[in-house]
Every structure is written in structure tokens, then in C-alpha cells.
Design a binder for this molecule. Structure first.
Ligand SMILES: Nc1ncnc2c1ncn2[C@@H]1O[C@H](COP(=O)(O)OP(=O)(O)OP(=O)(O)O)[C@@H](O)[C@H]1O
Ligand SMILES: [Mg+2]
Length: 385
């Protein structure tokens, strides 16, 4: 990440049309912004590294490094930067692609200054919210350092702070996706283009699913009510997941196999909660192949249920992309996602919480490029007392 502090109220405008650069610079400076100009992606990136502006406005179509590539590199250097994309008629596919890399907003050519100012204002509001959260986090961390005696309480506050920070990121992602869907829908309506309407509607539905999942995850995570422990067949939640995911496995060309436990024994678990945990692990395993575009490997995911002498074991093994060392340290404890708009980073945190409430453990082994195996172990209890 770029270590330099973001300069407030600065905008980098990257556009290969000199006319647009000139007019926008005059207009934006008149409304009090400090503006840097670049005629192409390459020099835009250099200016970005030197000046660290808070907002970048870039044309989507440019020779050399185009707007999407620029967006991608800027987000890599400093994810907090808000990038507004300028799109022309017929750039819809590019606009949709840029959503994946967390573009903040879209402005269509010919540029309407009122729209542009409103997009800038919204981007600035988002930046100040993020900065406030990070200041809040710093304060909490200081609190922890200062108050040795109250360390437990303070750490809880830090966890809450991290949860809020992660949540706001997840919500921001979904809001971005909804914004993108409305943009595609509006273009579909303006241009009477059925294809865009269909595309926008699909995106909208996807984002509604995401917000539904996020609110369920949040509820699960925040739930303080006791789990509903009952004597159950340990294979039941695993079989439910197979039913639920078999269709998706076929679509994604994944061989998804369950090896159920053969011992006929009822165990004390909260079946619904364990269902959610396995679902999270299996979904992650399915997603682990998305990074391997173009690979010809036979994709397999194995779900295994075992009863050992003193614990029940659920394991999910994939031969997908694996997890790098840096990521591996935090995925079970922090809101971390590498899936951009398609993930919230909630899955493993919620899973760990549920397993801990069963007095169990969750661990994993992984190798980059080869795959991962997540293992849940729950102490074996076969009576209610
Ligand atoms: N089986 C796996 N293979 C590769 N990477 C994984 C696997 N499981 C988890 N990860 C990595 O850990 C990250 C966090 O996983 P987690 O389930 O908490 O969140 P998510 O899948 O990104 O989003 P969500 O589950 O909330 O939709 C993922 O984004 C991914 O990078
Ligand atoms: Mg997940």
C-alpha cells in the first residue's frame, strides 16, 4: 500500500482528449478542488504515485494503459482512493468490467458538470467515513496500550471496531454493485437496449442476494442466543449441503463428493449452525477455482464426515488456488476477502465463532496453486448432559 497520506481535495484527471482536460480543470478548480492532469494512463499512474490525490477521474477508453488497468493499479497501490470512470456510448462492457475493481462511480460523456460534482461529493463523503473509522480504530488501539488493566474490555472494543470497518467495506462493495446495476439499467432504458436491461437486472439481482446474505451473516455473527443443541445424525448437515450445491458444482464443472460417516451414532450439535459452517467452507472451496482461469485440472471438492474416539470431524478439501502466507494468518480472524464485489470476508469469521460455541476448533492446511483442506473438530457428545 502507498504509505503517503492522501491529499485532501485533490483530483487527478486522466483523459486523452485535451479539450476535456482543459474544461474540467477550469471548472473543478473554480469549485475549489486542486486538479492534476494527465493525458494517458502511464503518466497518470506516475502522477498518482507522486501526488497521492484522494480522487481519480479517468476516461475508460485510452490508448496504452486504459482506464480499467489504471483503476486496477491505483486500487493496488492505495485501496482507499475513489476512482470515477468516464464512459462513452458503447463502453458498457468496459463499465461493467470496471465494477469488479471497485470503481466508485460512472459519468457518461458528454460530461454534465452537476453529475460530476455530485459524484465527487459522494466520493469525498465515503473517504471521510473511511478516515473516521480508521481514526476510531487508532484511538481504540491507543486505549488498549494505555489501559493495561482493562485490556480485555479494550480488545473487545478493537474487535468491534474491526467488525464495523469490515462491515462498512462489505456494504460499500454492495452499494457500488447496486450503483453499477442502476447505471447499466439506465443506459438500457436510454438506449432502448434489451441486452443492457437484462445485464443490469441480473447484476441487480446478484446484489440483492449479496445484501440478503450479508444481513444473515451479520445476524448470525451478532447472535447472542444460545445454540440449539440436539442429538442429530452428523451426516445430516453435510447431506443438506450436497443437495444444495450439486447443481452449482455441475455448472462450475466441479466433482463434488461426500464421504459420509459410517458409524451410526447421534451426536449433540446445532444442525442449522453446522450446516452454515459447511456451506461457507464448500462455497470457498468452489470459489478457489475462479483464480485458476484457463487451467485444465480436474476440479474436485471432497466433503468428509468422521466420528473419531473423542470428536466429530468435518473436512472440506479442494484442489484450487491455495492461500498465500500473508492471507492465511488473518482469514479466520478478520474480515478479509480477495473476491472483491463477490465476497464480504464474513464466512470464515462466522464459521469460527459457531465452531467455538461448540467448543470445537477449525484449522486448515494449504499450498499455493495446489489446494486447501479445512478441518472442523467438535468434541463428541452423545448425551444431553
Ligand atoms: N478453500 C479456499 N481456497 C482458497 N482461498 C480461500 C479458501 N477459503 C478461504 N479462502 C480465502 O479466504 C478469504 C476469506 O474467506 P471468507 O469465507 O471469510 O470470506 P469470502 O469467501 O471472501 O466472503 P464471504 O464468505 O463472506 O462471501 C477468501 O476471500 C479467500 O481469499
Ligand atoms: Mg466465504
Amino acid at each position: 500500500m502507498n504509505s503517503k497520506a492522501i491529499k485532501n481535495n485533490t483530483i487527478l484527471l486522466v483523459d486523452d482528449e485535451e479539450g476535456i482536460r482543459k474544461v474540467l480543470k477550469i471548472t473543478l478548480e473554480a469549485s475549489g478542488h486542486h486538479v492534476f492532469l494527465s493525458p494517458d494512463g502511464e503518466s497518470g499512474l506516475n502522477t498518482f504515485i507522486q501526488e497521492n490525490p484522494e480522487i481519480v477521474i479517468t476516461d475508460i477508453k485510452m490508448p496504452g494503459i486504459d482506464g480499467i488497468e489504471l483503476l486496477k493499479r491505483i486500487k493496488n497501490l492505495n485501496p482507499e482512493t475513489e476512482v470515477i470512470m468516464i464512459t462513452g456510448h458503447g463502453d458498457m462492457d468496459l463499465a461493467v468490467k470496471s465494477l469488479k475493481y471497485e470503481a466508485a462511480d460512472f459519468i457518461t460523456k458528454p460530461i454534465d458538470i452537476v453529475d460530476l460534482e455530485s459524484a465527487i461529493k459522494k466520493a469525498q463523503d465515503r473517504i471521510s467515513i473511511t478516515q473516521n473509522i480508521s481514526r476510531y480504530m487508532d484511538d481504540l488501539e491507543n486505549l488498549v496500550e494505555e489501559k493495561d488493566k482493562k485490556i480485555n474490555e479494550s480488545q473487545q472494543l478493537v474487535t468491534i471496531g474491526q467488525t464495523i470497518a469490515g462491515m462498512s467495506h462489505a456494504i460499500k462493495n454492495i452499494a457500488g454493485g447496486l450503483k453499477g446495476s442502476t447505471f447499466v439499467l439506465e443506459q438500457g432504458i436510454d438506449q432502448e437496449n434489451r441486452e443492457y436491461l437484462k445485464q443490469g437486472w441480473e447484476m441487480m439481482k446478484g446484489n440483492i442476494d449479496k445484501i440478503t446474505k450479508l444481513s444473515l451473516d451479520l445476524l448470525n455473527y451478532a447472535k447472542t442466543t444460545k445454540l440449539d443443541f440436539k442429538l442429530e445424525n452428523p451426516n445430516t448437515p453435510a447431506r443438506e449441503i450436497v443437495q444444495l450445491m450439486t447443481h452449482r458444482a455441475k455448472e462450475k464443472n466441479i466433482v463434488f463428493k461426500l464421504t459420509p460417516c459410517k458409524r451410526k451414532k447421534l451426536v449433540l450439535i446445532d444442525c442449522e449452525a453446522i450446516h452454515n459452517c459447511i456451506l461457507n467452507l464448500v462455497t470457498n472451496a468452489f470459489d478457489s477455482f475462479d483464480e485458476l482461469l484457463g487451467s485444465t485440472r480436474n476440479k474436485t471438492v471432497n466433503l468428509l464426515v468422521k466420528i473419531e474416539s473423542n470428536h466429530i470431524e468435518y473436512s472440506v478439501q479442494d484442489n484450487g488456488c491455495g492461500i498465500n502466507d500473508t492471507l492465511a494468518i488473518s482469514i479466520l480472524n478478520d474480515f478479509i476477502t480477495t473476491k472483491g464485489m463477490n465476497g464480504t470476508g464474513f464466512g470464515l469469521m462466522t464459521t469460527k465463532k459457531i465452531i467455538q460455541e461448540h467448543n470445537g476448533t477449525i484449522n486448515f492446511i494449504t499450498e499455493m496453486g495446489k489446494g486447501s483442506r479445512f478441518v472442523i473438530k467438535i468434541p463428541l457428545k452423545t448425551t444431553r448432559d
